[in-house]
Design a protein around this ligand. Structure first.
Ligand SMILES: Nc1nc2c(ncn2[C@@H]2O[C@H](COP(=O)(O)OP(=O)(O)OP(=O)(O)O)[C@@H](O)[C@H]2O)c(=O)[nH]1
Ligand SMILES: [Mg+2]
Ligand SMILES: [Zn+2]
Length: 304
């Protein structure tokens, strides 16, 4: 039996890279489908193959974690790529990505692209966000403007912080994920697409997840999406994923405080005092409402 890692999934094929960097085109054993097991990019597998074009994945090894959007397993770091403009920066969308990563216990880093499109005042706004998110404990990197500067900036960053990790580039379509990877290695020739002027969003250029070796890590380029629902998060645990709120929980008068209308709430106090930005709290409340309204997923016959 051979061993390797799935580095690309496309049209029912799984591309498995072994230790000597040979890539095998494989399919999953039929029994996987019956058992509802879907191999994911990032999975370590055991496979059999007579040649590089026809292999069969026999076994998936245990996963450390798995992301559902985008679908990747064994993720160490999630880099959220947000454009400063075109598409417009949205703290709400950023918070959705952050919550998702926090809930999976994956370390988030934020990259802000397209800084070159901003005027002076808009740049100041983004820098204010940077200060806010830094205060929470998130690293927010404002990506440099020219390709040469970008490359240098990321080489230093990855060299100092991110060696030997599986890193996922995630974010809205058109944010510039594939473009940034191409800057790091032009030989990748990843397809990139103009954003639609009328809609102000990307055109979903990247269609599959692919792991590429870069800067001594494996980086996943992924398709962009922005509809992020909180299917797996319960009301009570949402504030765990807002680190600045979670830190204050023992100061709230009531244990299990949802930080809504309860008296003696330390989170509300922190907002009044300007310690927590209002937009973070607004997002918290919005997400909480969404979770409340969510239809129960697994309702059996006879259950109301
Ligand atoms: N001005 C400017 N444009 C950029 C920058 N980065 C990317 N773009 C442009 O933004 C558009 C979208 O870039 P992509 O790299 O395809 O975006 P993506 O995040 O991979 O999008 P999907 O694959 O659809 O998820 C392209 O036209 C890029 O040229 C940047 O830093 N500045
Ligand atoms: Mg792309
Ligand atoms: Zn509270």
């Amino acid at each position: 039996m051979q061993k390797g890692q799935i580095t690309k999934a496309l049209s029912g094929f799984y591309y498995v890279t072994d230790r000597s960097n040979t890539i095998y085109q494989t399919r999953a054993r039929g029994v996987f489908r019956k058992q509802k097991i879907t191999p994911l990019v990032g999975d370590y597998v055991e496979f059999e193959s007579g040649n590089q074009d026809e292999g069969v994945i026999q076994k998936l090894l245990e996963r450390k974690n798995e992301l559902t959007r985008p679908q990747v397993a064994n993720v160490d770091i999630g880099i959220i790529i947000m454009s400063a403009a075109d598409p417009k920066f949205s703290n709400q969308l950023l918070d959705r990505f952050l919550i998702m990563l926090e809930s999976k216990h994956i370390k988030p880093i934020i990259f802000i692209t397209k800084m070159d499109l901003l005027d002076h005042d808009e740049t100041i706004k983004i820098k204010k966000y940077q200060k806010d998110y830094n205060k929470i404990g998130y690293q927010m990197v404002l990506i440099e403007k020219t390709d040469k500067e970008k490359k240098k900036q990321l080489e230093i960053l990855f060299n100092e912080q991110f060696k030997n990790n599986l890193i996922v580039f995630m974010g809205q379509s058109g944010a510039g994920k594939s473009t940034l990877l191409n800057v790091l290695n032009p030989e990748l020739e990843l397809k990139t697409g103009e954003t639609s002027q009328s809609l102000g969003r990307g055109k979903h250029t990247t269609r599959h997840v692919e792991l590429v070796p870069l800067l001594e890590s494996l980086i996943a380029d992924t398709p962009g999406f922005s509809l992020l629902a909180f299917d797996e998060i319960e009301q009570e645990s949402l504030s765990e994923y807002f680190p600045e709120m979670w830190r204050l929980r023992s100061d709230c008068k009531f244990s299990g405080c949802l930080h809504l209308t309860e008296p003696g709430c330390a989170v509300k106090k922190a907002i009044l005092e300007g310690e927590i930005p209002e937009y973070r709290y607004d997002n918290y409340r919005l997400f909480l409402e969404e979770i409340k309204k969510r239809k129960p997923k697994y309702r059996r016959k006879g259950e109301s």
